[in-house]
Design a protein around this ligand. Structure first.
Ligand code: HAM
Length: 418
């Protein structure tokens, strides 16, 4: 007996309506916001993630699936842990900077992170991403947060909270990070092993530590907001004005920093009530330095991703049920073995006429077939028994009205469509 790898799921037909609802809504909204679909490979050169996401981040340090093959060459690749770095690689490589800016992109697909699996935290998970590349206008930050908000709203998810913050630029942060280290240095012994690592490699992440000791110490730590340059504050103020104008509620969370090195200025997350670490339903921010880091010209950009599995978890928690997938229109049953081939031909003719058909299979009694028919959800059952076979007709039963007519086979398509 084989089992699925830890941290992966099989999306069975019964769960597909949720997936269909989320994907369709996300795609339709993306089009309404003018974001064009794009797809990129499931694996990239390791350097795309090491440079892009940052070598000191948890994702690059601990969570990458590296590829291995019989040749050494494959070792330079990793399954994508997120989409943004690969999208920016594509933007640079495919000369998208020559397109009118901003280039607005919509992306949906699976990502891979070697995490400790738990509810809402998977090793293969699916994201919907929006990226707007080529402009530093805070309107785009607001547009993307607005998309996220409307997406969740359309899906019926209420009482979510949008947390926003500004973390300035890398240059502006450098003296702040020094001050933060100076502050924490005398307390280093008291920090958890994880936070000692953050202190050494990525001190900004001390700000969103979940460790109680660190959080207590943070109360006296230097304030990131005070260290932000004027340009960053202006950008943040304009973003807030846009959000307010569109009635998108938000909360400023001064300790929100997120786990990617590429962020500049705006960062945001959308969380359900009582969200734990794996409860965040979506997040993103501005990444004005990433394209240049990956070999392009300096190009500002902003984006966001939301996890489809986490959205579905929240839909279920809120007892929101998606519309069912469409049932077949006609179920074809046979009353005699001799009808099998003509019934098969009828199914084929109906499908060519655009009618969705399910055929009885397995040769059970007519009664058993009718039970299947009613479980299939088909509105009509077309029965070919001995009489119908010799007359060239079918008995067409309307399952809704329980009425039955005998009609020529050639008329079935018109009848069930009408
Ligand atoms: P992220 O916060 O790592 O951001 O992921 C965004 C969303 O993906 C999370 O809020 C969550 O819903 C889902 N997600 C992440 N990891 C997992 C997991 N292990 N299992 C299930 N769901 C997960 C990014 O990935 C950035 N690239 C977002 C971005 C786009 N920033 C700018 N552009």
């Amino acid at each position: 007996m084989y089992t699925a790898p830890r941290g992966t799921t099989d999306v069975l037909p019964a769960d597909q309506p949720y997936w269909r609802l989320v994907r369709d809504t996300a795609e339709r909204l993306a089009a309404a916001y003018g974001y064009l679909p794009i797809e990129t490979p499931m694996f990239e050169e390791l350097g795309v993630f090491e440079r892009g996401i940052g070598e000191g981040t948890d994702i690059v340090e601990k969570e990458m699936f590296l590829l291995q093959s019989r040749t050494e060459e494959a070792r330079r690749f990793a399954l994508r842990p997120e989409a943004t770095a690969g999208l920016c690689r594509a933007y640079v490589e495919r000369g998208m900077s020559s397109l009118p800016a901003p280039v607005r992109l919509y992306w949906a697909g699976p990502n891979f992170r070697y995490e400790r699996p738990q509810a809402g935290r998977l090793r293969q998970f699916t994201q919907v991403n929006l990226e707007a590349i080529g402009s530093d206008d805070p309107l785009l930050d607001a547009e993307i947060i607005g998309y996220a908000w409307r997406l969740y709203e359309e899906l019926g998810l209420r009482n979510l909270t949008v947390l926003v913050n500004s973390i300035g630029t890398k240059e502006a942060r450098a003296p702040y990070l020094e001050a933060l280290r100076t502050y924490f240095r005398p307390h280093l012994e008291r920090l958890s092993a994880d936070d000692q690592m953050r202190y050494a490699k990525n001190p900004l992440r001390l700000l969103d530590s979940k460790d109680a000791r660190t959080r207590e110490l943070l109360d006296g730590a230097p304030d990131l907001q005070e260290a932000l340059p004027q340009g960053s504050r202006d950008h943040f103020a304009r973003l807030q004005a846009y959000l307010t104008a569109a009635d998108i509620p938000y909360q400023i969370e001064p300790r929100l920093v997120r786990g990617f090195d590429y962020y500049t200025h705006t960062v945001f997350e959308i969380v359900p009530p009582d969200a734990g670490a794996q409860g965040t339903i979506g997040g993103g921010g501005r990444y004005d330095g990433l394209i240049e880091l990956l070999g392009g010209r300096p190009t500002p950009a902003v984006g966001f991703a939301t996890g489809v599995e986490r959205i579905i978890l929240n839909l279920k928690r809120n007892a929101i049920t998606p519309p069912p997938l469409p049932s077949p229109q006609v179920f074809i049953a046979t009353g005699t073995p001799a009808a099998a081939a003509p019934a098969f031909a009828l199914a084929d003719a109906l499908r060519r006429a655009g009618v969705a058909v399910q055929s009885a299979a397995g040769g059970g009694s007519l009664k058993a077939q009718l039970r299947h028919a009613s479980r299939s959800g088909a509105r009509f059952v077309a029965i070919l028994g001995e009489d119908e076979l010799s007359a060239g007709t079918v008995a067409l039963k309307d399952m809704e009205t329980n009425s039955q007519v005998s009609i020529p086979r050639a008329e079935v398509a018109r009848r069930v469509a009408g």
